[in-house]
Design a protein around this ligand. Sequence first.
Ligand code: F6P
Length: 507
Amino acid sequence: MSSDTTGAIAEAAVETVATLCEDRELVVVSNREPYSHHREDGEVVVDRPAGGLTAALDPVMQAVEGTWVAWGDGDADRETVGPDGVVAVPPEDPSYDLRRVWLTDEQVDGYYRGYSNQVLWPLCHLDTAKMTPEPSYWRAYRETNDDFADAVLGATDSDPVVWFQDYHLALAPRRVRDARPDAFLAHFWHIPWPSWDVFHACPQYEQLLDGLLANDLIGFHTDEYCRNFLDCVDAATDARVDRANRSIAHRGRRTFVRSFPLGIDAARQAELSETEAGDDFWASFSEKHGLVGDHRFALGVERLDYTKGIEQRLDALELFWAEHPEWREEFTYLQKSIESRGDIGDYQRLQSRVGDAIDRVNDRFGTDDWTPVVAVTEHLPEAGLAALYREADLALVTPVRDGMNLVAKEFVAAQTADPGVLVLSELAGASEQLGEGSILVHPHDPESVADAIEEALGMSERARRVRIADLQRVVHAEDVYAWLESTFETAAAIERGRRSAPAEPTR
Ligand code: F6P
């Protein structure tokens, strides 16, 4: 698909969004902002959306001229806004408002590092032992959600269409709903939703559910997360849960629960994998790391997070080289880790354990001419990363739990030359869509991962082509624009239904 086609798809998504909003303001709310301002050598510079959801939503926001509410965390953010905290973006052609929410150091500590990333993140990724439910974290989370909600209410006097993003903002919908009963509120939860016995471990389960049930529509990546959410509501509240219809009647309103698997801009990713800049990058990178001739390699790319299964993967690689000495000096593993949440203890400890594990494997098998695991430290420009995806014989995407995993989709879309093989964890949300064309593994079973590496390296070109063609069909058809369209089509249908239906019985 060319970028012209991408343009047409994006336009279709814009039209769907515009249909729902009609003359209403669209307000997107997320923790991270689409544009942030920094000082560099005394000059103010702007960071733009590099990829993913923000990059996909930005043209939509430009077209519908809405408002985006987000935490202003750039060191020059305050210098670039008006008195109400608003800056018009994009800078070169301002068409929508970015309304920044200012957080104190205590709020960042309690709301972002604390409750969001040391309570909700481990909880939803089934790692309750890592939860740190400090009362101060909960207080900061509540207070900051109020601040986000107030920024939404400050953005418009009428009843907006508000779209909340992610686990940082579970309580904000209730405050907006109380002030604007006729607003349309939707929420997309980007991480897994756990089963009730796990969610029950959170002391604030009732308040979180009550906050989320102020939405008209809640989206998850997979059907499994939708079912888990309905189970939690059923067990924890007196709301009426209609499983067939996937809806919940609560406090006089109905909330619909649907799965919308997030996609990528697949056409753009395919184009990126064929650029001259990518080819140039690959030429020098492959030379530097000895990835030349018949040498084969696997790639892992992710934020340095304990959910990504990096340590378990290194164990599996160690087992692979131990059991298959014929692949020593013939096959290399590249690990690109992006440092993340580095001021949280669990993440610091993970960084040092991953470093130790890489040293262990390299000490055991490395030779004067070969380093088995290469920790890629150089900056990878988008085209360079796309070229690495294209050239890799296989991608190892083996999280121990992951809401979706977009790296798997980027790898698939970038297979524009000799196709590589996707080795994918059963526990990634992406396995619901990509299970068929990939080799599925259990991330906690090193044998299954080692066997998958062997299978991928031995797979015929024909078999690889068939698999990648199947995967590419899915990744292109269910891309980020399809995700936007189906979310807003569903929202529009709910809104039409609501206008023609009697009010919900209160319970
Ligand atoms: O998957 C959840 C998520 O919030 C993503 O949207 C984002 O890419 C990632 O985590 C990064 O997290 P943070 O904002 O904490 O750096």
